[in-house]
Design a protein around this ligand. Structure first.
Ligand code: F6R
Length: 602
């Protein structure tokens, strides 16, 4: 949430910052700004409401500057506006900052130190920059000392980049909880929330850790802790292919990412295969899971929905009881835990603050944990005991698609390996099953025309919609409903088919779209019966069924796959329905309103 960039070197800082912000736009896009400065101390601030494209058109191309900071915002305190857009400056104009995170004690800080200052914005960020200026002036502190003193007074999450107009040869940075990377170049250095932003400039990055300060010049990256001790940290090579970050010929990233899913399935099988072509998982993870008496899956949003499927896979293949929890609930209302719990965090970004607060608490209790994530080196990956990667390639559309299916596939591989280790699975066949899934996915992504016309027929003018199903199909119904509502803005519910009649069926009226998922033999008849009940009350019904359970009037029939893997395939038409519905409504498919991809605030 919110993206930060910084650059100091000898090239045009404006262009590097704007390009970096374009790559970070997935983190928030309600306003944006840059501050650039040159060696003659001429600073220029540009801010605009809306997208980076709007900011770009406002930036004066004639300005020459070779250092600066930039920000793309997802509003927390204060509406999206130019006034609330970052960077923010101190009243004396000396300090300029950008900030990602939430300062929880901003009111207390304001009351304690800043009563004399007329704040110009409604943001918590402005408090930080005014506080730095206050300490620098009243206590005659140098910039690093004033910066440290200010952030020690703050509670909450922050990733900050700071420029002091009186010394344009340095950019400062600090972080707590929110992610921040320092990038090393030849004669320049950069700062960014995500390596994607600066991969065009460098692939060498150093992680800044919580409660550290970085002093960044053209030649050097100095990291120190609050006591002033210098910290030496090796850089790592970010393995990002800049081609993966482009849309190519696709109109939207979401469509590209939906189409990539068969390839991701095949890649995962290769990544988790040993030289003998058997699936393999780090034996330490297998042993930790085998020893545990209960698994707790912690996740948010789409990743939580993948977790619901994961529970079924783990219980079916390993016999280990498994619970799935929404991370924002679990941390503050922790249930009674078993004696030997094992935690699995599922997170595409590996940065979700709600999940991280649970991990921090579970680490304090010394419980073992595994993060399943798409981003190597992400916060959750670093802070958990073990990591398994999704190998899905960067997911840029805000609505998650390929990460969801990759999460389920990794959980399936993990479950089969643990189940085999426990002697519960005699003839492992996940490699073949995932191959069949990949082919089935391919046949569905090739059916775009049919799905596009169903989207026009069912979803073009409706106000609300339902997905229903039982068992695995219910889990997919939840995900399908989230996908549809987040990018089409249609109020959609995912519902347990049998539960509708206990109240919610009151919402069905003439023309309400109700889409049933039917891939599980034992409950197929019941789900169809529940769909008929809605049809009798005027619903406009659609069926997505699996080959072998299909009936002549079904609208989409997915190829037959191992039923425990059906979510990997049945979700594909629902992703495409959401995509086309959003497209037909004229929405920005990749950047739906009010959302951001990496949710780094609680
Ligand atoms: C929906 C979506 C979100 C995320 C959620 C968790 O399409 O993408 O619901 O799944 O914000 O994010 P991660 O997986 O990064 O922890």
């Amino acid at each position: 949430m919110c993206g930060i960039v910084g650059y100091i070197g000898s090239r045009d800082a404006k262009e590097i910052l704007l390009h970096g912000l374009e790559k970070l736009e997935y983190r928030g896009y309600d306003s944006a700004g840059i501050f650039v400065i040159n060696e003659e101390n001429n600073g220029h601030l540009f801010k605009e409401k809306g997208r980076i494209a709007a900011l770009r058109s406002k930036v004066d191309n004639a300005v020459e500057a070779n250092a600066g900071i930039g920000h793309t915002r997802w509003a927390t305190h204060g509406e999206p506006s130019v006034r609330n857009a970052h960077p923010h400056q101190s009243a004396d104009g000396r300090f300029t900052i950008v900030h990602n995170g939430v300062i929880e004690n901003y009111q207390e800080v304001k009351d304690a130190y800043l009563e004399h200052v007329d704040l110009v914005s409604e943001t918590d960020t402005e408090i930080i920059v005014q506080l730095i200026a206050w300490f620098a002036e009243t206590e005659d502190l140098d910039t690093v000392s004033a910066f440290k003193k200010a952030i020690v007074a703050l509670e909450g999450s922050y990733a900050i980049a700071l420029v002091d107009n009186t010394d344009p040869e340095v950019v400062y940075a600090a972080k707590n909880k929110s992610p921040l990377l320092l990038g090393k170049g030849d004669g320049f250095n950069v700062i960014c929330s995500d390596a994607m932003a600066m991969i065009k400039e460098t692939n060498q990055f150093v992680e800044l850790m919580d409660k550290e300060i970085a002093v960044v010049t053209r030649e050097e990256l100095i990291i120190e802790n609050f006591s002033g001790e210098r910290i030496e940290r090796q850089s790592y090579t970010a393995e990002l292919d800049s081609n993966d970050l482009e849309k190519g010929t696709y109109p939207y990233y979401m469509l590209k990412e939906i189409d990539e899913q068969p390839a991701v399935m095949r890649r995962l099988v290769l990544k988790y295969q040993d030289e003998d072509d058997n699936l393999t998982i780090d034996p330490e993870i297998v042993s930790a899971m085998t020893k545990s008496d209960r698994i707790y899956i912690i996740a948010a949003g789409t990743s939580y929905h993948a977790g619901l499927v994961g529970k079924e896979l783990i219980e079916e293949m390993t016999n280990i009881p498994t619970e799935v929890h929404i991370s924002s609930e679990f941390g503050y209302h922790t249930p009674l835990l078993s004696e030997n719990p094992f935690f699995i965090f599922i997170s595409q970004s590996g940065e979700t603050a709600d999940s991280r607060q649970v991990l921090v608490k579970m680490n304090e209790m010394n419980y073992p944990s595994l993060t399943i994530t798409n981003v190597a080196g992400s916060t959750l990956s670093r802070e958990s005991t073990y990591t398994l990667l999704l190998h899905a390639g960067p997911e840029i559309a805000v609505a998650s698609t390929k990460a969801y299916t990759a999460q389920i596939a990794v959980l399936a591989i993990l479950s089969e390996v643990v189940g085999s280790e426990k002697g519960l699975i005699k003839e492992p066949n996940m490699i073949q099953d995932l191959g069949i899934v990949a082919n089935a996915m391919q046949s569905l992504v090739d059916e775009k025309d049919t799905i596009e016309s169903l989207a026009s027929d069912y979803l073009s003018i409706t106000r609300n919609a339902f997905y229903i199903g039982r068992g695995m199909d219910y889990h997919v119904a939840l995900e399908a409903a989230l996908k549809l509502k987040e990018i089409s803005y249609i109020q959609t519910e995912g519902f347990a088919a049998g539960e509708l009649k206990h109240g919610t069926i009151a919402l069905i009226e003439k023309g309400t779209p109700v889409i049933a998922l039917v891939t599980e033999k034992s409950v197929a008849g019941h789900t169809r019966g529940n769909l008929q009940e809605t049809k009798a009350r005027g619903a406009h019904t659609m069926v997505i069924s699996m080959d072998g359970l299909d009936r002549p009037d079904d609208h989409i029939v997915i190829p037959k796959v191992n039923p425990i893997l059906s979510p990997l395939v049945s979700v594909i038409p629902t992703q495409l329905l959401s995509y086309y519905c959003s497209l037909h409504r004229g929405n920005d498919v990749d950047k739906p309103r009010n959302l951001a991809k990496s949710v780094t605030v609680e």
